[in-house]
Write a protein that binds this ligand. Structure first.
Ligand SMILES: [Zn+2]
Length: 257
C-alpha cells in the first residue's frame, strides 16, 4: 500500500551504510517511521527531504510498522533554523520533546500544527526562547498535565498578586502563599505571559517583546514544572541550558564594558 502523508522530520538514525530510518510526525497518521534507502548519500533524491525539521510530503510504501519511503517533496526546509546554531538548539528541543512524548501512531493534526507552527516561527526569526516557552505551555495538555492558571489553585480568587506552586499545581494568590513555602514568586508580566501562552491561539501570535528578566522567570517556572511532573530527560534540553548560560555570561561581559 502506497500512502502519501504530510510530515515533519523529527529524527533520523543511520541504518546500514547508506540508509536512514526517518521518524516523522505526520498530519494524517501521527508519529511514524520509514526507511529511506540511500538517503545518507549526498546525491540521493531523499537526502535533502529527510533532514531534521523538514516539512514535506512523503510517499511511504507499507502498512503498519516501518514503511519504506519512496519519494519526498520539501514544502519547507526550515533553512534559517539549520543555518543558525541557536535556532537549531531550540528546534532540536521541540522535535525531541515531541518524539519522546508521542508513541508510534499517536499524534494527530493539532499536535502536527503546533510543531509545524513553532518551527515556522523560529525559522521566520521570532525569538526562539519565547516560541519554545509557548510550545512547552501548549504541550502540557499533550503530556497530560493541567495546571490551574486562570485563578488561585487553592482559593479560586482571580485578583491579587500571584506565584507559581508546584505542590498546588498552578498559580496561587498572595492570600495562599503560606500553603506552599516553596512557591515561586513571579512578576505580573510573567504571570500574564504564562496565561497567554497557555490559553491563546498560536495563529494569533504577533510580535512579542519580552524583557530578559521576565524570560528568566518564564524559563524557571516552566522548567521546574516539567522537571517535577513530566519526568523527561532530553539531551537537547541540556545543550540549551549550557548555551543559555554561555549567552548570559556573554551578555554580562557586554554590560560590564
Ligand atoms: Zn488563593
Amino acid at each position: 500500500m502506497l500512502e502519501k502523508c504530510e510530515g515533519i522530520v523529527l529524527r533520523t538514525n543511520d541504518y546500514g551504510e547508506t540508509n536512514k530510518i526517518v521518524t516523522m510526525l505526520t498530519r494524517e497518521k501521527g508519529k511514524r517511521g520509514a526507511v529511506a534507502r540511500g538517503a545518507k548519500k549526498t546525491n540521493s533524491r531523499l537526502s535533502g527531504v529527510t533532514q531534521p525539521f523538514t516539512h514535506g510530503y512523503f510517499l511511504v510504501q507499507g502498512g503498519r510498522g516501518l514503511g519504506t519511503m519512496q519519494q519526498g517533496e520539501t514544502l519547507d526546509s526550515m533553512r534559517h533554523i539549520r543555518e543558525d546554531l541557536v535556532k537549531t538548539a531550540y528546534a532540536a528541543y521541540i522535535v525531541e520533546m515531541t518524539d519522546r512524548t508521542t508513541e508510534d501512531g499517536e499524534g494527530g493534526a493539532p499536535l502536527f500544527e503546533l510543531v509545524r507552527k513553532s518551527l515556522v516561527y523560529i525559522n521566520e526569526g521570532m525569538d526562539p526562547a519565547i516560541v519554545t516557552n509557548i510550545f512547552e505551555m501548549k504541550m502540557l495538555a499533550h503530556v497530560g498535565l493541567r495546571p490551574e492558571l486562570s485563578s488561585c489553585a487553592v482559593c479560586g480568587e482571580t485578583e491579587g498578586r500571584f506565584g507559581f506552586s508546584i505542590r498546588e499545581n498552578g498559580l496561587i494568590c498572595h492570600r495562599c502563599f503560606d500553603k506552599d513555602p516553596y512557591y515561586l514568586p513571579l512578576s505580573p508580566a510573567a504571570i500574564r505571559l504564562l496565561r497567554l501562552f497557555y490559553f491563546f491561539d498560536l495563529d494569533r501570535l504577533g510580535s512579542i517583546d519580552v524583557k530578559e528578566s521576565t524570560k528568566k522567570e518564564l524559563r524557571s517556572a516552566i522548567s521546574m514544572y516539567y522537571d517535577e511532573y513530566a519526568g523527561l530527560f532530553l539531551k537537547s534540553r541540556r545543550f540549551l541550558e549550557q548555551m543559555e548560560r554561555f549567552e548570559n555570561a556573554f551578555k554580562k561581559d557586554e554590560a560590564d564594558d
